[in-house]
Structure formats: C-alpha cells, structure tokens
Design a protein around this ligand. Structure first.
Ligand SMILES: [Zn+2]
Length: 346
C-alpha cells in the first residue's frame, strides 16, 4: 500500500517540507533546498542555498532579488522534465498564474501529491495554461474561496477601461496593477482589444515588462510615465503599482481616473474606501467556481488548503465526499496586490 502523503509531506514553520526528498516548497525562511512555484514575493523569498524552479521563475527571481538572492545553486526544470531527488520524482506543470508559474508534482513510492501554488483557469496569453494532474492529495490556495467571488471575463473588464477612455479623452487613466503578472496580462488584454498607442509605465513596473518581452511575451509600445510631462499623458493609459495610484504621484496626473485591476475589486466597499473610481475585476487567482471545478478535475480524495478562505472550501468539498484539511500556512498571500490589505493602507 503506497504511503499517505501525510507521512512524507509535512507542514513545518518554514512551510511544506518533503521529508524523503529533503526540500521545502515555497519556504518562508532561508533553507538549504527549495522548490519555488512562482516568482511572487510571498512564494519566492531570498536567501536559499539550492533553488529548483522553472527557467522563467528563476529569471524572475534574479530580476527581483539579484543573482545572490535567487539562490546559490539555481536548478531549472523544464516542462516535461522529471528530476529525482532522494527517490522523490519532481515535475513542474503549468499553473496558469503568472509567467513561469508551476504546480509541483511529487511522486514517492506510488503516492502522488500536487502542490499547486497559486493558480487560475481563466485565459492568460502571458503564460502556459493550468494543467490538471490526477493525484492522491491536491494542495490548493483559497484566496477567493467564497461563492461571492466569481470573476467576470477579463475582456469585459478591459472594455470598461476603454469605454471610460472614450468618454473622458482628456483624462489620464491610471490603473493600479501588480508588477509581476497582472501588469503584463493587462497590457496584452489591451492590445487584443485594439489599443495600439504606447502604454505608460510607472518606474516600478519597467523591469519585469522588459523581462517578459525577453522571455517571449510581446507587449507592444511602452513608455515611461513621466508625471512632469502631464500634458502628454492626457488620454493615456498609465500603469502603476496599486500603492502608487493612491498617493500623490497619481494626483499629479491630468484629472486622473483611478482604476485598480484586482480580484478584490469585486468587493465594492473595498474599491470605494480605496478611492478607486473604476474597479476592474481582473484576477490571477481561481474564483469560487474554478477552485471547485479544479478540485473535481484532479480527482484527489483529499485536498489541503494552504491559505485564504479555507472554511467555505473545506465545507463545499465535504458535501462532495472530499476530505479537506486547512494547513494555515503563514506568510502566503501577504505580498500580492490580490492579498487582503489593511483598510488603513487605503
Ligand atoms: Zn502568486
């Protein structure tokens, strides 16, 4: 009888630890051996010795944390490759979350666990789509695991932004979006919708856009958002980190229309208290329906929930005969714009 993943994949203060393999997945503190699902700061922390990840995630880690921060020994695993570490077979399978994002598929003595990291099922032309893998234990996030969270098609949200630009052609439309993933996805959505003009970027977003282009994701004409040149930004789209759209930086633009692209914009009150005039519900996380659909597709009899709204998800799974377990991993969901933020920060 194959061992239950509970006996070889353990929750520790640093995060999930594969005991026979001797490595952590997305550890929160520096460790000897880490497998990293994707480059967001709450998953890819600096200071590990050996780091195993997709080539794109390693490139993103180097761009954000420097060569040293991305691990002393960096080991890329390409799609389709299997690496065996102390008898544990490791594969990285696309998670559809951001460029390079992967689920960690672990096989040990006939038992399989899939640690999905963050993921989504909506179309995203900046990264490979999520692939369901059958397993004994599926480890899932639950950022938007409440029935109220149903993300509309991102194309509809993009159309709202373009409609506002047509209505207010003299106002600068400044959109708050996270630097890794959301920013590039939004640019691609705008290009698909026919916006060919240069898209202006706050300085904090430039590095990762350049990296995406280097890694084969074309973004079209981009230009720096120089606030001093206010007149030139009339009727332009400016992308900036969510924190910047709420501070003085954005108010110096020409009659700005403040937008934010985030799954949390589904909560109208949150948009309102943060002074967001144009909330765009665009998320890189699975919504309620997609979480449940994915759990059904992978066919695991047991599902572990790393962080987020675990109660509702565990309850919904129990009704379908799936055993749910809340792991309460700390540190995840803290660094992204999609994470709940204290209202004081608004
Ligand atoms: Zn993430």
């Amino acid at each position: 009888m194959p061992p239950h993943p509970e006996s070889w994949l353990r929750v520790t203060p640093q995060g999930l630890y594969c005991e026979p393999g001797g490595f952590f997945i997305d550890p929160q503190r520096p460790v000897d051996r880490a497998v990293i699902t994707h480059g967001h700061a709450d998953h890819a922390r600096p200071g590990h010795e050996a780091v195993l990840a997709t080539p794109a995630t390693l490139a993103i880690m180097r761009a954000r944390m420097g060569e040293a921060g991305a691990g002393t020994v960096q080991q890329p695993i390409r799609p389709g490759e299997t690496l065996v570490q102390n008898g544990v077979a490791i594969r990285l399978v696309p998670a559809g979350h951001v460029l390079g994002s992967a689920q960690v598929v672990l096989d040990w003595q006939g038992s399989r666990a899939v640690v999905s990291g963050d993921y989504k099922r909506q179309r995203d032309t900046t990264c490979a789509p999520f692939e369901p893998v059958n397993c004994d234990v599926f480890v899932t996030e639950a950022t938007f695991a409440l029935p109220v969270f149903r993300h509309p098609p991102p194309e509809e949200e993009t159309a709202k932004l373009l409609k506002s630009l047509a209505l207010f052609p003299d106002r600068t439309h400044v959109v708050g979006c996270y630097a890794l993933g959301k920013c590039q996805r939004l640019i691609r959505l705008l290009r698909e919708a026919g916006w060919e003009a240069p898209i202006h970027l706050h300085g904090a977003l430039a590095t990762l856009c350049t990296l995406y282009e280097t890694l084969g994701v074309p973004l079209g004409p981009l230009a720096p958002a120089t606030v001093a040149n206010k007149a030139a930004l009339k009727g332009a789209i400016v992308l900036a980190p969510p924190s910047a759209v709420q501070d003085r930086w954005a108010r110096r633009l020409a009659e700005p229309v403040v937008a934010v692209a985030s799954g949390w914009m589904r909560v109208r009150q949150r948009a309102k208290t943060r002074g967001v005039e144009l909330p765009l519900v665009i998320s890189d996380h699975a919504d309620w329906d997609d979480l449940n659909r994915t759990i059904d597709e992978v066919g695991a009899p047991e599902v572990w929930v790393t962080h987020g709204r675990d109660d509702a998800l565990v309850h919904a799974m129990a009704l379908r005969g799936i055993r749910g377990r809340a792991l309460h991993l700390v540190g995840l969901g803290d660094e992204e714009d999609d994470a709940p933020q204290p209202e004081a920060a608004a």
